[in-house]
Design a protein around this ligand. Structure first.
Ligand code: GDP
Length: 445
């Protein structure tokens, strides 16, 4: 999803290269783009204004740390603030109540309440080992009651029958009584939704809330609703003490700006994201990842995790210690480094996770070729004797020829590798113990 924003930020980031501080002027430029992106992602205008003001305050005059470029730092601030606004950490379902813990599902018709009820039932059964009962209070649409029955079965939970001639309040009390008598841990109550907010509906769900005293009142909202989500959220927030939000249909092509608006308007944490129509299409909401989605920045979090997980820190430290102690950096170390690059999950898999702003040039770089290159270099080093690897200066014409033959390459390629090695060795000497990570940053920067 290479958004226009990403491209613009890439350009601005380039322009900002070399500037040691974030200044008022470059912040303004960049924030203008961020503002547009948020509006494009359907975040409500007042929410955007608030957000931009907060980012500006944080960004202005902030010293840029370490090796980060100012542009990247600003992107980082925006990303972090977005994530913080949508809620930090993981907000799981609260079940701290005398059993059965009641969960009331609220939202407009079509938001995905019934589907989410079943998904949640499955989640609670599998992840929290709970005994779960569901019931539908939607007496206006007999099909909705049937739908809940079907999906509850798929979830492996029990369904409590209800009929359209009953009052929602009586259904709720009946289900509550049954759940108590049969030792259910959780009672999930699906409710009627209308296509738009109406007074009767709101009064009905308020009454349900009063008799059930749920431990969780979840507002289910369709991420594709965009700007409209704000008004719906306001109405539900005024009627009910919401304890959490479920954002559905995030598998669609919306940028998910509704998350920011709904969170801001209700103040309730976003607990889950619906990511498919299927019963297992429910994920614990991840604010940081979602921030990246809103800005179209790619999966930065996953990338960082992959890079740090892939590096063999022990080997990297050993290498650093070696350089520091004055022991020469030899071809064995060079080989170890190539292998570490490979360990990081392969170059192309890394590129997939990079934000488009960094992969803007990827079209010109053939990743498969880059990976093949690494393998060829490994092959060349592996054709050398232990002595040659330790003392590369021994490798003269005849040895080169033998090595090239062994690795199935031309002599020129052996020369190229040796040149590259010498450059790296030179850098290592200069850095004296700066460590592999620092070096890699240099190579990437
Ligand atoms: P309710 O009226 O609020 O109970 O909404 P439903 O649960 O009946 O869902 C309305 C429609 O949205 C159904 O076709 C669901 O299959 C679909 N739906 C619900 N959640 C998701 C989701 O996370 N992703 C996708 N793609 N579809 C969903």
């Amino acid at each position: 999803m290479a958004s226009a924003l990403t491209e613009k930020l890439t350009r601005l980031v380039k322009e900002m290269r070399g500037q040691a501080r974030i200044t008022e002027a470059n912040v303004q430029d960049m924030l203008r783009e961020v503002r547009m992106a948020l509006l494009e992602a359907d975040v409500a205008l007042p929410v955007v204004r608030d957000f931009i003001a907060r980012v500006k305050e944080k960004a202005l005059g902030q010293e840029v740390l370490g090796s980060l470029k100012p542009g990247q730092a600003l992107v980082g601030i925006v990303n972090k603030e977005l994530a913080a606004t949508m809620g930090e950490g993981v907000a799981d379902i609260n079940l701290n109540a005398q059993p059965p813990a009641v969960i009331l599902m609220a939202g407009l018709q079509g938001a995905g309440k019934t589907t989410t009820t079943a998904k949640l039932a499955k989640h609670l059964i599998e992840k929290r080992k709970k005994k779960v009962l569901t019931v539908s209070g939607d007496v206006y649409r007999p099909a909705a009651i049937e739908q809940l029955k079907t999906v509850t079965k798929q979830a492996g939970a029990e369904w409590f029958p209800s009929t359209p001639d009953q009052k929602p309040r009586d259904i709720a009390l009946g289900a509550l009584d049954y759940a108590k008598k049969h030792f259910f841990d959780v009672l999930l109550v699906d409710t009627a939704g209308r296509l738009a907010i109406d007074e009767v509906l709101m009064q009905e769900i308020k009454d349900l809330h009063a008799v059930l005293t749920p431990v969780e009142t979840l507002f289910v909202v369709d991420a594709m609703q965009g700007q409209d989500a704000v008004n719906t959220a306001k109405a539900f927030k005024e009627a009910l003490p919401l304890t959490g939000i479920v954002l559905t249909k995030l598998d669609g092509d919306s940028r998910g700006g509704a998350a920011l608006s709904v969170r801001q308007v209700t103040g309730a944490p976003i607990k889950f994201a619906g990511v498919s129509e299927k019963i297992d299409g429910l994920e614990v909401f991840d604010a940081e990842r979602h921030a990246g989605r809103i800005l179209g920045m790619g999966d930065i979090v996953a990338l960082v995790e992959q890079v740090t997980a892939g590096v063999d820190m022990e080997a990297a430290q050993k290498l650093a210690a070696k350089v520091k102690s004055g022991d020469g950096f030899d071809l064995n170390d060079f080989l170890a480094q190539l292998q570490q690059m490979k360990q990081m999950g392969g170059l192309s898999s890394l590129m997939d996770k990079l934000p488009a702003q960094l992969t803007a040039k990827a079209g010109q770089v053939d990743m498969d070729k880059a990976e093949r290159d690494i393998r060829r270099k490994e092959g060349i080093i592996c054709s050398m004797t232990a002595l040659e690897r330790r003392k590369p200066e021994l490798i003269k014409a005849t040895r080169k020829k033998r090595i090239a033959q062994g690795a199935g390459v031309q002599v020129q390629e052996v020369n190229r590798l040796l040149n590259e090695f010498e450059q790296m060795q030179g850098m290592m000497k200069k850095m004296k113990g700066g460590g592999l990570m620092k070096l890699m940053k240099k190579m990437g920067g």
